[in-house]
Structures are given as C-alpha cells and as structure tokens.
Design a protein around this ligand. Sequence first.
Ligand code: NDP
Ligand code: ZN
Length: 351
Amino acid sequence: MRGFAMLGIGKTGWIEKQAPECGPLDAICKPLAIAPCTSDVHTVWAGALGDRHDMILGHEAIGEVVEAGSLVKDFKPGDKVIIPAITPDWNSLEAQGGYSMHSGGMLSGWKFSNFKDGVFGELFHVNDADGNLALLPSGMDLASASMLCDMVPTGFHGVELADVQFGDTVVVIGIGPVGLMAVAGAALRGASRIYAVGSRPNCIQIAKEYGATEIVNYREGDIVEQIMEKTHGKGVDRIVIAGGDVDTFDQAIRMLKPGGRIGNVNYLGEGDYIKIPRVEWGCGMGHKTIAGGLMPGGRLRMEKLASLIETGKLDTSKLITHTFHGFDKVEEALMLMKDKPKDLIKPVVLI
Ligand code: NDP
Ligand code: ZN
C-alpha cells in the first residue's frame, strides 16, 4: 500500500509499505477524510521526536473499518468511524491511573506517526478498537468531524488543564486551530473575558466568533504589557498556551494572578529548558501552577465531543479554510501546514 511518510528529519515522500495486520482487538481502517497537523511539521522539520525513517505521517482521520479483529465487539467492516489522534492501551496501568495518554510510557498513547505508521496511508492500524473508535454520527460532515480527532480535544484539554471556572478571565496564547478550540472551550466553560493572542486576521475574526472578547497581537508589542494594561495591573485567572515557544512560559507566569493556572498544549519542538521568572512566581510561593499535557484520546471522548457538534453547541467548520479532494493531495495539504500562508487555519483532504 502507498503512504506519505517522514523519510528522515526534514525529508518526506511517498513510500510503499506492507499493509498492517489486524490483531484480535484491533481494526484496520481506510481513510475517508484526513488532516495534517502542526505536530506533523514539528515531527518532520524540527525532528522533535528524534529521527524516524519511512514512518507514514498523520494522526487525524475519519475512516471506514475494513477489518475488525475477532474479539472486537462493537465495530464491523463498513462502519464509518472517528479515530482519535491518541489511541491509548486502555488496559494499561497508566490508563487505570487516569493518564491514558501515557499508556506504556510518557506520550505512548500517541501512536500514529510517532511509534507506528499514521493515517496518511491507504490503510492504517487502530489498536484497541472498542476503546478507541467512535461511530461517526449519521449525516455529520466529514471535514467538520475530522476536527474532533485532535483540534477539539487538544484545545479543550488546554482549558481542562487550566481548570477554567465560571467568570474567570482567560488568556489563550496562540489562535491557530488548537488555540481557537481553546477559546471555544473556555467560552463553553463560562469564562468571562477571553483575551486571544495571535496575529493572522482570519484567526482573529474566528476567535471573536468563538467567544474571544479582546485580541492581543504579539507582533505589535510585549503581550505581558498589553495584558497587564488591559487588566489594570492584576493579570488573569487562567492561561491556555497553544502557540509560542519555550519563552512563552516566562510571559505567562508574569501575567498570571496568584492562584492561577497555566494549561499548556503547545508541542515544544525546540529549546532545552523553560525558564520561570523567580520574583513573578512569588519566589516559589505564588501558587502559580503550570500543567502541560497531551490530550486524552479514546472513544468516550470522541462520542461526547461529537455530541457537541450534533447539538449545535460547537461549529468546527469555521476552522477549515482549505479543502482538497483525493488521497494524493495529502502532500500539498501538509506543505501548506508547513508554510502557513496567512489565510490558512486548517486544511482537510477528502478521499
Ligand atoms: P498554529 O501554528 O496554527 O498556531 C500557533 C498560534 O500561535 C498562532 O496563532 C500564532 O500566531 C501564535 N504564535 C506564534 N508565535 C507566537 C508567540 N511568540 N507569541 C504568541 N503567539 C504566538 O498551530 P496549531 O493551532 O495547529 O497548533 C498549536 C500547537 O499545538 C502546536 O505546537 C501543535 O503541535 C500542538 N498540538 C498539541 C497537541 C497535544 O495533544 N498537546 C495536539 C495537537 C497539536 P499567528 O497568528 O501569527 O500565526
Ligand atoms: Zn494533530
């Protein structure tokens, strides 16, 4: 079978591979809609996970079950399914401990395009099918549904990590597709003022539609100064980081109130250390918490998040700015994600 792969750090191309084999608890799927992710860009061009050779990329897919293992109870060939980017081993001790995304070791719930071939192949393997697949609700638009695989759960996880409460003031740093979903999630959780940090005009427009009350452009001045001015020197209750780099944490600590929480979902592709400003961290006593996490995957989360689209509480179609038709277009879509033209939020390939 064909797949679009990372050939080595900084190198991609089409390769031929053997079709994956289906274990008794697994499923083999073919993609119906796939989306490239900024994480694919970090993985290939920053080499953030280390070197990988001939590994098929991609972890965001709506698919059709082609084969279901003999012990799979709830799915059969022909079912259309949402496949989360993170597919934990649900019987692992880490999952029992509440950290399914780290099943088998740190970040090991993230298997596609990390430890095994991803979804940019003509066929791909899903472990623990009953625990990780969710039926696509009938009539749901494939492109909108594909945002459930990673963009919605990651943005929302940032909001969970920051523990946003009713009436909280929140800064969302980065309003690409992940940050935009953090804005939407913070609004759903009852945040009052939501300050969205970004610069691309269409992201700014969509951020307002998802509930941002004010925009802070990081290219037009120091974001700490801008936020402190807007909050009359007090700072905010919660911060979600969905963009920036290792230096963003320093800024976040400076604009956070004592007792505040930072939820980071940004994948830090470069840099060895994160610096915490001593004085603004209350000399170690400021009760300013930093929580960073890979989003939880799995079936239940996919079903619950899909129900937000079904009930009209969340519209993910606004994220999709570029739609391609045909499996071969995955290369073009990924390059678009790498080059990030100004009008891009998220590309989707329909197959
Ligand atoms: P984008 O590149 O589309 O968006 C990044 C955002 O950050 C943009 O709004 C950009 O602004 C802004 N930004 C860039 N530099 C700075 C800066 N110095 N200060 C403030 N804002 C800045 O990324 P995505 O939304 O696709 O993904 C966001 C991150 O989430 C990525 O690192 C991705 O790998 C990660 N991710 C993590 C997952 C997880 O489970 N934890 C899963 C999926 C993704 P501008 O408007 O100028 O472009
Ligand atoms: Zn992703």
